[in-house]
Design a protein around this ligand. Structure first.
Ligand code: FAD
Ligand code: SF4
Ligand code: SF4
Length: 372
């Protein structure tokens, strides 16, 4: 008998805005097997990983800004990674990811342990609704750390399509040693639409005072505020903002833009959540049992299908039968439950649910639930 625990939830997502995206619909998630075919060191802690999927697998048909999950042998659950190249520029059946190797991370350690070129992997995607809008407003991008991946794909896509828009790309890093893709950014600047401008603005937060860095210093979102918003360098009524990277950077960036008067419909973001973030919760009052979330989930047991509830006064426990498709014939689930311990915080289910029944803002379900 398994016990599922749902942690208490103190609603840290209060500031989170709904995604304004309507143009990109969630697509069915396909899993493909493939191999790692190349690993490049981008910095001391960030690698570029090229994955080539098996021949005859369907193309990804991804949009710049979307992500996939990566599953490797020996690690139980996959991890989510944004496409780091505009899909139009990828070779068929190939994808490129930028992965920051974090201290103590399971997949990070897997990459550090030995050379993983030619290692078999499973890639599932595309997922997510982050992407460029169709307006002709100035594109203001803000990325931090490995958030470079999705924003690089966005600006590459805009350049490839020769979009007639100006673009400012603010990139937050700690030191000069954390900077990468500088040549790619220069190439995009050279190839940008001739009547419009592209500027890449790296801002360093931990570069020492006596260094040779001539560029901006400080927090990237603070720099955007003091040098572009407070000084009216940007026409707030004609910009669209795109954020990608660590959640605290995005929360601060969204706040400074909103304080400057940018409406929430003009802000999009892709937060790189990890196991430290809260798992979403399903509101079963809103759920119509449509199965959409089950079609996109990247982990087998992250969403558990349950029926046959009974409550024991003696133990105070709620029991339920776990419905396993193909094994529990004749039974269909009537309640869904997200298992915190299996959830990788990819929020694919949140994006997929047509009834807004899944959110990290929902109250946690029963504190203890036992599956039979
Ligand atoms: C939609 C989406 C897109 C993403 N895209 C990218 C991407 O393009 N590139 C990328 O590098 N990552 C990306 N991530 C994050 C990625 O999915 C993993 O969470 C990350 O690579 C850590 O995996 P891990 O297995 O090494 O660490 P885990 O084993 O999952 O974590 C183990 C420990 O490491 C700590 N930890 C985890 N992440 C961090 C961190 N960032 N900083 C400090 N400590 C941490 C945790 O506290 C935990 O204790 C994305 C996440 C999401 C949800
Ligand atoms: S429960 Fe939702 S957020 Fe968690 S791993 Fe599954 S699909 Fe992703
Ligand atoms: S997608 Fe939403 S409505 Fe459909 S089964 Fe999942 S939670 Fe229920």
């Amino acid at each position: 008998m398994a016990t599922i625990k749902t942690d208490g939830f103190n609603d840290p997502f209060d500031q989170l805005l709904p995604s304004p995206e309507t143009a990109i619909q969630t697509k069915r998630v396909n899993s493909r097997s493939g191999k790692i075919t190349k690993i490049n060191n981008l910095t001391y802690d960030t690698i570029e990983v090229t994955i080539t999927c098996d021949k005859n697998t369907p193309p990804f048909n991804a949009n710049a800004g979307q992500y996939a999950t990566l599953k490797v042998d020996g690690i139980a659950r996959p991890r989510a990674y944004s496409f780091a190249k505009a899909p139009a520029l990828e070779k068929q059946n190939q994808i490129t990811l930028f992965i920051r190797l974090v201290e103590g991370g399971e997949l990070s350690d897997w990459f550090k342990q030995k050379k993983r070129s030619r290692a078999p992997v499973t890639v599932s995607g595309p997922m997510g609704k982050f992407g460029l809008d169709n307006s002709d407003d100035t594109i203001v991008c803000v990325a931090g750390g490995s958030g470079m991946s999705a924003i690089k794909a966005l600006v590459e896509q805009a350049c490839h399509q020769s979009l007639a828009r100006d673009c400012l790309f603010f990139y937050g890093a700690r030191t000069q040693a954390d900077l990468y893709c500088l040549e790619e950014m220069e190439a995009i600047k050279q190839q940008w639409h001739p009547d419009h401008s592209f500027a890449f603005i790296p801002v360093l937060s931990e570069e020492p005072d006596d260094c040779d860095w001539q560029g901006p210093k400080g927090l990237v979102t603070e720099y955007l505020k003091t040098h572009y918003l407070d000084t009216n360098q940007l026409d707030i009524n004609h910009i669209k903002a795109f954020f990608c990277g660590p959640p605290p950077m995005i929360d601060h960036g969204v706040k400074v833009l909103q304080d400057a008067g940018l409406v929430e419909q003009s802000i999009r973001y892709d937060k790189f959540e990890d196991v430290r973030s809260p798992a979403p919760v399903i509101d079963n009052q809103k759920c119509t049992l449509c199965d959409e979330c089950l079609l996109v989930k990247p982990v087998e047991n992250c969403i558990v299908e349950l029926s046959d509830f009974s409550h024991s006064r003696q133990t105070g426990m709620t029991n339920a039968k776990n419905i396993v498709p193909g094994q529990t014939s004749g039974l269909y689930y009537n309640t869904l439950f997200i298992n915190n311990d299996q959830c990788i915080r990819c929020y694919a289910c949140v994006d997929a649910c047509p009834h807004k029944a899944i959110s990290p803002k929902n109250k946690a379900a029963p504190s203890m639930l036992r599956q039979r």
